[in-house]
Ligand binder design. Sequence first.
Ligand code: UDP
Length: 461
Amino acid sequence: MCRVSDAPVVVLMLPFPAQGHLTPLLHFSRLLALRRLPVVFLGSSAHNRQAKLRLQGWNLTSFPSISFHDLPLPPCPVPDPDPESAIKFPAHLQPIFDASDRLRDPLDQLLAPLSASSRRVVVVHDPLMSFAAELGTKYPNVEAFAFRCISAFSSLSFQLNQQRDPKPVRQGLHLVSPKGCFTKEFLEFVHRRHHGVRLTKGEIFNTFHGIEGEFTEKLSTLPQYKDRRVWGIGPIMPLQLEKRSDPKSKLFHWLDKQPDGSVLYVSFGSNSSLSSAQISELAAGLERSGQRFLWVLRAPDRGDIFKKGTDPEIRLPEGFEQRVSGTGLVVRGWVPQLEILSHGAVGGFLSHCGWNSCMESLSLGVPLATWPLHSDQPANAQLMTEVLKVGVVVSEWGAAEEVLPAEKIERSVRQLMVPTNESLDVRKRSAELREAARHAWARGGSSRTALDSFVDLITRP
Ligand code: UDP
């Protein structure tokens, strides 16, 4: 039994079991803990361990009111990822996604005593775990809220795309095509899982007014948000980062030697992979650009990141690492992205545009080179380049090429990293949005006000 059973208001966090969904709910736990609320983070033991291990920017030991509660989940084998697949969505994780349904009964067993001993139990869950909201309706004092780990802009794009005669999110922008964003199996899964979201009292987005006010406001006018609130509470990561990594590690030792703002950080997040032909073109593009880069080359997460197994070797063109050794570093495995993005040497981020990566880059004032691969990433890329103008396009979503050629990659890398009027404008804009993120959390700022209103609601007498 978890140790908050006598608190008047208890918050349960129920994330979806994938890295990009674990991190934001843990960051949100910190924000609620700062408001003196006890928070219980729920998940299988492997996912709870993963969330703790990969946490960056703050220290869990400073937050004793956040506890972890392991829900039983039987082992769930997943197939090998298929980097050659035309659809880049991590289909290999589907068995884990499906298995998360098994958390329903253990959650119910937790809700029953907690609802009896607390004045109110607040469940903040991923929309893909909306069975939590369905379960909540069994108890008079359980209230559910959905935490969306995507941008308001992409959420709006998805919802508009479902309309018979879809209009663009904003006049003058094309509506990003959902084609190729997901597998059929995942879409069916979303359909099944999303149902309960309407039972929630509202939805929280990791965003702020200065970047997405227009879109959160537009979302709240849609029929599905009638009588349900939308909060923009972000960036949820701390803006003053506590460093944890070894500053003497090879990676930081290398970064420390690079000139300010000169390095392009290249990463495709936690669960994506590129085909071997694409990796060769990317290597050639980076090499030809002549720009400094730090490339994170890793196999996608496989569900249980602690399970022993051998990832296939990701091959680079013959002699590549030796040839670029003066200007580029390839790192294999997990890296502390927040610390990298906050390093003075990093001046750009070639990203798949997962929403966490976008928000992290934006909060730290690092402009982007966008290369979306699946899910909400194409819409996020559009938001970054066409709306917020803090990035340049590397890969156009829906473009005909199966493999993006080196010349295009080279051109975009140079476009972002070589100082020109255009790249300086993008940098200036990124610096402005970095400040806007700080204003959102200042007294009277939009995120601080939104968090106040959320906390007032859940702690009301
Ligand atoms: N991340 C990291 N190190 C890595 C790869 C990813 O710290 O080597 C973090 C990154 O900072 C972000 C999260 O993992 O918080 C990835 O989430 P995002 O939404 O950007 O992409 P996803 O992995 O869900 O596609």
